[in-house]
Write a protein of this length. Structure first.
Length: 196
């Protein structure tokens, strides 16, 4: 019976030693997992903080975009003097930087802007539009239409660095005409590409 008791205690001691070793290994793995979890939590918190920062920056950035058409009246011009074009049909005016009453786009912030216009002529001799920045002409555009029954188009784009308060407007030069109708042939649009 002593041998049996010794064997029983020997087996139990071996099992306890084995359980102790397994418990130590499990505790070590648990500690490693807790450290990995803490690292992941730190990275998640950092990512969430960066996302919050980017959302705040994006919300604070000005949003500027407009798209307009000229009129439903048909032909404008030719006149014997230059006329500021007032694109009265406003489809988009995010940031309210375009004023349809004056025809002026006013840059709300310093940045780089993309501007585009399309000119349509119908039953016209010369069609044309000049671009003015702060009442100084920076671009002249015109085209001669020798056949008054053939419609004429041209489209121009500009990328301009503007400071806050700079004004852009389009002018119908004397002797030229432009056409628009409910089909919106003659348009003026622009957007802020990025701030400076």
């Amino acid at each position: 019976q002593t041998k049996l008791t010794f064997f029983f205690f020997s087996v139990q001691a071996t099992e306890l030693t084995s359980l102790g070793t397994r418990l130590t290994a499990t505790e070590s793995k648990t500690s490693d997992l807790e450290k990995e979890n803490a690292d992941l939590q730190t990275r998640l918190n950092s990512s969430e903080s960066r996302i919050d920062q980017l959302e705040t920056e994006n919300a604070e950035k000005p949003k500027v975009a407009f798209y307009t058409a000229l009129t439903d009246a048909g032909n404008l011009g030719p006149y014997n003097t230059d006329i500021t074009l007032k694109y009265s049909k406003v489809f988009t005016n995010i940031g309210n930087a375009y004023n349809p009453s004056t025809g002026f786009f006013t840059a709300p912030v310093k940045g780089v802007y993309n501007l585009q216009f399309t000119v349509f002529g119908y039953h016209a001799g010369n069609i044309g539009v000049d671009v003015y920045k702060n009442n100084q002409r920076i671009m002249a555009n015109w085209e001669r239409n020798d056949n008054n029954y053939v419609p004429e188009y041209f489209t121009k784009s500009l990328v301009l660095e503007l400071t806050a308060g700079d004004e852009i407007h389009l002018v119908l030069p004397s002797g030229c005409s432009i056409y628009d109708s409910s089909d919106n042939y003659s348009t003026f649009s622009g957007s802020l590409l990025f701030t400076l």
